[in-house]
Ligand binder design. Sequence first.
Ligand code: AMP
Length: 541
Amino acid sequence: MLGLMQDWPLLISKMLEHAEINHPRRELMGLLPEGGEFRYTYADMALRARKCAEALQSLDVKFGDCVATLCWNSHRHMEAWFGISGMGGVTHTVNPRLFAEQIAYIINHAEDKVLMYDITFHPLVEKLAPQLKSVRHYICMVGKEHLPESSLNVLSYEELISAEKGLYSWPEFDENTACGLCYTSGTTGNPKGVLYSHRSNFLHTLLVLGKDTLGIGSTTSILPVVPMFHANAWGIPFAACASGAKIAFNGPHHDPETLHKLIIDEDVNFTAAVPTVWLGMLDYLVKHDLDLGKLEAVTIGGAACPRFMIEAFQEKFGVRVNHAWGMTETSPLGSLGTENAAVADLSKEEKLDIQCKQGRTVFGVEMTIKDDDGNELPRDGETSGRLMVRGPWIAKEYFRGDGGNILDENGWFDTGDVACIDAHGYMQITDRAKDVIKSGGEWISSIDLENEAAAHPAVKEAAVIGIFHPKWNERPLLLVVLEDGASVSFDEMTQHLTGRIAKWWMPDAMEVIDEIPHTATGKISKKDLREQFKDYTLPTA
Ligand code: AMP
């Protein structure tokens, strides 16, 4: 017997309609790539998103077509998201930090019909254009007066939408229709596309609103530093519409001074970004003796959040840190470390230990760890194995079938992460499967080592890679970037690490370097470091 409840397809446009009807005067503001700032409301945004859809139709964009965006976080990018997906197209968010060849590859792979881009990227677009086989129109996200001179026939976004009436009504179609596309770069081979559906993003949005996840509501004022070109900006723009939260868009600015000014001026009480962003911010705050105004919570994920960072936010600035784990393939939220009744009675130190873990599985996602033979491992907080996930916002295959079958026989997706899960359900990433250091048949977690090394006051950032060792196969090499004017010897570091890590995990050597390379998504690029140190000989070898 079927239930007798009403049904409508779970479409992205429903979120925008909700904001327009129920939060019409709630504000959105942003810093513009062409300079200056902009302020308007959800009612304005919804109108302009409809105009955007009309403009795309006039350019012959059809249901199912992919449209690329090469944009910072901005109100125009948000209009494009809703305009493209709302009409049944696919918003392909392109990460501008990828190599130019990779950008050309993914735009060709997606067969994008239109490329909408911020003026910052005009030189890049001009360079790429001869290689882009499917792109018929280039839209620069500025008014006509800011349109750059170009050999391409570049259209002005503002001019295009000002010609439209905004009377478009969002069509209804199957909720399983694709709505967004984001490529993720593996370690080998070409980037692979994760193709989100209206349904998966809608369900993910409902989750994101919950108290035990991002807890976004109508009184939230958000600074989503996490870029809209990476994993749906952790679902924040959708959740903001679905709840009427204010957004302050940082545009092309990622420096601590600008971010701090936005936090203060826009009464930001919630923000989210990868740890590297906060490294710079914490430095800046201490140097200038500043506070964080009304900021209540920061979600940190994308890479392991070091303990000192959690402590600094909470102890010095009274801002709660929620440590999150996710991937492009998981829409992206998989687990989150919000407050938990089950551990409420623990000491402050014990709670901090727990916050360093990557949190508990969010409702709607199932998580397990397995050994290499596919056997499930115990949830004892110690045994680590391959982290596997499944759920309605987890990818079941990559776009155009790349990489073949990605699920095991029980529908689990292998994340490529190595993790353990404790009795309370807290998951802790110990490594990427490919970064784990295999010493004498045992595994050393590079992430643990990095976190402990980064806790030394002289260290700004730390990375650990495995280096060939004739006896142990691999041993850890610690690479550190130091705070300005600070120094630390290998002996001092060894003393600092003693008692914090297992004895046999102690790095065999330490090198001070000027900079740790990062990937296009803000993670430490172990691939580059391994290349840089490929001829390194350990003193113990
Ligand atoms: P991406 O698809 O680019 O978002 O990368 C996903 C990967 O980032 C995951 O598979 C993890 O390896 C890593 N990651 C994400 N969040 C965390 C976290 N909180 N701690 C450690 N690694 C993380």
